[in-house]
Design a protein around this ligand. Structure first.
Ligand code: 5GP
Length: 116
């Protein structure tokens, strides 16, 4: 798979599109999802041009996960969420719509838990 740099997250990384930034470092960027599935729904992306997780060199995985952990900690303390769903889709068949690797961090509350 070859990475296409005209996707919206690549444009956000280049500063060509705005985003509600939460955190940024040398390797990663975290920002709010434009169509949140829950209050506080955040996205974490690597600055490395990978479309899916399989294309991310392992050296880049630890710094990316460190950012995921930081944002989760912020969601827990600032939003007082009880749980966080971590979602990461690989490929259009899996529902991936933006072809730049991203983790969804979706806050949840016990009261929203559906029992069947
Ligand atoms: P996917 O379905 O690829 O896993 O998720 C892509 C996510 O990116 C969706 O939740 C969608 O709302 C979000 N998204 C798409 N375009 C933009 C954008 O321009 N800005 C932001 N902040 N989020 C976006």
């Amino acid at each position: 798979m070859s990475y296409q740099d005209n996707n919206v997250f690549a444009k956000i990384l280049r500063g060509e599109l705005p985003c509600f930034k939460i955190y940024e470092d040398e390797h990663s960027l975290a920002f709010m999802d434009i169509m949140p599935q829950a209050d506080g729904h955040a996205l974490v992306i690597p600055k490395y041009p990978a479309e899916t997780l399989a294309e991310l060199p392992l050296d880049y995985a630890a710094p990316l996960l460190a950012t995921v952990q930081k944002v989760m900690a912020a969601q827990k303390s600032l939003l007082k969420v009880e749980g966080i769903v971590l979602m990461q889709l690989n490929g259009t068949a899996a529902g991936q719509t933006v072809p730049h690797l991203h983790f969804h961090l979706i806050p949840t509350h016990l009261s929203e838990l559906k029992r069947h």
